[in-house]
Design a protein around this ligand. Sequence first.
Ligand SMILES: [Zn+2]
Length: 461
Amino acid sequence: MGRIIVLLSFIITITSVNAQQKITYLLNKQADLNKVTVQITFDALPASDAYLVIPRSAPGTYSLTNYMAYVDDVVGYTTTAKQLTGMIGDGSFFMFGESNDLLNKVSYTVDIQKMENDLLDAAMSSKARKDYLGLFGYSVFGCIEGMETEAINLTINTDPTWPIFSTLRPDTHRKYGADSYEVENYAELVDAQYLLGTGVQVIRVEEAQIPLFVAAYTETTVALEGIGDTGLSSLQKLADYFGYVPMPHYTLVYEFLKPISERHDYGFNMEHLNSMTAHRDISQEYHPNRDLGTILHHMGHSWMPLRSWGEGYRPFAWQVAPLVETIWLNEGFIWYVSYANILNNEEIVNWWKSNMATAPDFIKTKTLKELSLLGSTQYASDFRIGKNLFSRGALMAYDLDEHIQKQTNGEKSFKDAMLGLLNWSNKNQRAFTYNEIESIMSQTTGVDLSAIWNTWQKAPK
Ligand SMILES: [Zn+2]
């Protein structure tokens, strides 16, 4: 099957609120381009101090992705209407020369089709089709260094026949051609997904305790209700387990795609604050009920690590793919909660053990922290690393659960350790340090967990 060449162009403008200028996203569909044009307007600063940062990674991706390779035509605009050409810096950023001219706007283009062709992991790339543009925030939106915490006000204008959906404010009643959003900061802007076009379907799932949506682009026939049912079941199970739901709303974003090559991988999914994204190869049979574990896992991330996290995860160093020491916790604890505590899957412990037993020596000889540092950029690209990280974290959770229940005659369990971490983060609103994790869990359960903690820090071999 030939692939439809997508010919779209978009202009997106961001303006910081305190500059008293409205941020405007203008998405202009053109007949001869398949690129996104991004414009960022901000409080003026000397051109020599302005750096346009393009993300190289995002929380939870545990990968290093050279998104700058798809960025072109970078231009800075001065308050006196001079144009300065963006020059590639010594990292994932552009510079605008040594002048003191005041710069208050930059623009650039992103080649979405080149991105999708180059990035073999479908979970890392935005997509463009003749009736669809699916954007991961971090794959297209850069920021001016130092302005990451500023509020953003965005407006999207696109073809009048195209409806606009964003996980920032999900709704089945989509506006056509134009919409706008208030965003607290850059991290929130890039954590969101933007689904535009007549090819996007949206349903709301009734009877959920928070507004729950499925938004999908499908290149085959898929009943979204099945995904919605599985999503509702996941949400109810997680709400029952944790006793509360921290998300104001939630969207399951699905893409059902014809593989663009045999090498492209549609197996990975991503979690976000109030959404998850899943990609499916339509040449393979799809049964939404088989996604229960996957949806539980990714939705569970909305509790941890998205609302209880270790150092490196947040605040995030966008231009470097930061080192994260707690990937085993981010992934393993939620694997344990979803598959062992909630689904009572009795086989899963043996699978985690076999992942550890069959690992190559370069993994077996690494301590927990060392393996997490390695996984910070290579979690999925060598999935033996990823599997080993979540297996070690889940097996530590299994040992903790058994010990806590035994010491408290069943009055407390691993769930109390999880709630302890969540409450701690809610109260402190910062990343916990590595050395704080065990003491938070021991304090909240009233059980000394140091022996289990220390055992799991060591390399298996
Ligand atoms: Zn995960």
